[in-house]
Design a protein. Structure first.
Length: 452
């Protein structure tokens, strides 16, 4: 019952945070994009990125990590030296995650992001986050996290570093727009592999991470005085576990969306899997330790998931999310109608229509796993001003599974597509770029360039 109430609480909190964080995310995302467009590597750029990270740390969706940080550091510190050392190590671990982000982005030129787009990758990440959520809530024991439990007095600096890196990963899900903006800037500046350029790119991400981690460091060094260890710490673990479980759901949603699952079906799969796992857990003999009971339940769940993946590979051909295509009266031009708007699904057809009608072309790059792509799709069906503005252009939708997506991705004008989605461009019929953005909320800018 505790798990049920905790899940309800954390899902409501995350949804509320997203609702209130939309405007600051949009504003700071634009700020980061503009600064990185200068293509500079001066000290002022690094200071700017640190300030950007500090501002990002003030977003409401980062708040739940602050008391968790205080609890972790209080539980792991033992003595005056540890009280100063553990916060610094935790801070270094958090910043290290962003250094690694920059290192991977610059060294791979977007190849790593291509792997992260695969549906199977997101499903595996969902399973990983599920295990981490259960470990955090105390259901299972992971030996490589020994000494990391909140309130544990074992002074392991390596464990503190790992916990800091975990906080950095969780925070990255909240401050994703800023991270994407920085990675876009790095991708546009990095042409081929160069050790110097790669290290510079990684240091830029490190600067952002150092700024983001400042509140965590201050909390650890000077901050919040919490009650002595006791039963309240178990509730902190439950909340953090449910928080991580939410991210497991987001990755599962991305993965199953890539296979064409509808949102309501994805929710049924997620909660059905939880019910199956906890049913097995409760069915196991109570004489066994809880960790062993949950490990057995996980084994059954993983067996079911593995069987489904195996069946998918053996009994069906490679599947992609189905693109809803209709044909015009002549039966030759593929289009898609959403609400009041009709989208071309072929670049050549859209260019021809734009030349005939004397209109600009609005291109929406779409993927089923992309939550913000779906958010813009909803806006395009419900926002009257946006609908009227889009009617002034020829609309083209490019799915991430279309061959044309690769052509745009290889165009040096659009490094954003090597980082992720959503992405939107406005061009004329002669392929001259007028406007581009990765921020689906900047509808006023879109309307401005569409002449609306």
């Amino acid at each position: 019952m505790k798990l049920f109430y905790t899940l309800i609480f954390i899902l409501f909190s995350i949804a509320s945070a997203d609702a209130y964080a939309g405007d600051p995310i949009s504003m700071m995302n634009s700020w980061v994009e503009g600064q990185l467009a200068s293509n500079q590597s001066s000290l002022s750029v690094y200071l700017f990125l640190m300030v950007g990270g500090l501002l990002a740390s003030l977003l409401p969706c980062v708040y739940p990590l602050y008391p968790i940080t205080a609890s972790i550091i209080q539980g792991r510190s033992n003595g005056e030296v540890d009280r100063a050392l553990h916060p610094v190590i935790y801070y270094a671990g958090l910043a290290l995650v962003y250094f690694l982000f920059g290192l991977v982005a610059a060294a791979t030129g977007g190849a790593f992001n291509e792997v992260l787009r695969l549906p199977i990758t997101n499903i595996l990440l969902a399973l990983l986050f599920l295990v981490l959520a259960l470990a955090t809530a105390g259901f299972i024991h992971l030996s490589w996290f020994a000494g990391n439990t909140i309130g544990d007095k074992t002074p392991g600096l390596s464990g503190t570093l790992l916990m800091g890196m975990g906080a950095g990963l969780l925070a990255s899900s909240c401050v994703g727009p800023f991270v994407v903006s920085i990675l876009v800037g790095l991708a546009s500046q990095t042409q081929g592999f160069s050790l110097g350029a790669t290290l510079i790119a990684a240091c830029k991400m490190l600067a952002f991470g150092l700024g983001l981690g400042i509140p965590f460091l201050l909390i650890g060094l000077f901050g919040v005085r919490l009650p002595k260890s006791g039963s309240w710490m178990a509730y902190v673990q439950w909340v953090l576990g449910a928080f991580i479980l939410y991210f497991a759901f987001t990755y599962l949603e991305k993965g199953l969306s890539g296979y064409g699952f509808k949102p309501e079906n994805i929710q049924l799969v997620f909660f059905g899997a939880l019910i199956l796992m906890f049913s097995i857990f409760l069915f196991e003999r109570e004489k066994l330790p809880n960790s062993q009971r949950m490990e057995r339940a996980l084994c059954v769940l993983f067996s079911v998931v593995g069987s489904v993946i195996l069946a998918q590979g053996v009994f069906t051909s490679t599947t992609v999310a189905a693109t809803p295509v209709t044909l015009n009266a002549a039966g030759t031009i593929p289009t898609e109608t959403k609400g009041e708007l009709t989208w071309y699904l072929n670049r050549e057809d859209a260019v021809k229509a734009a030349r005939e009608q004397g209109k600009p072309i609005f291109v929406d790059f779409f993927a089923y796993w992309c939550a913000n792509c779906k958010a813009f799709e909803h806006l395009a069906e419900t926002d009257p001003a946006l609908i009227d503005g889009l009617k002034q252009a020829v609309l083209l939708k490019i799915y991430d599974t279309d061959p044309e997506f690769k052509e745009f991705q290889n165009d040096s004008r659009y490094p954003e597509l090597k980082v992720g989605l959503p992405f939107f461009i406005i061009s004329d019929a002669e392929d001259h770029l007028i406007y581009k953005t990765s921020d689906y909320t900047r509808t006023q800018d879109m309307l401005l360039f569409l002449g609306g």
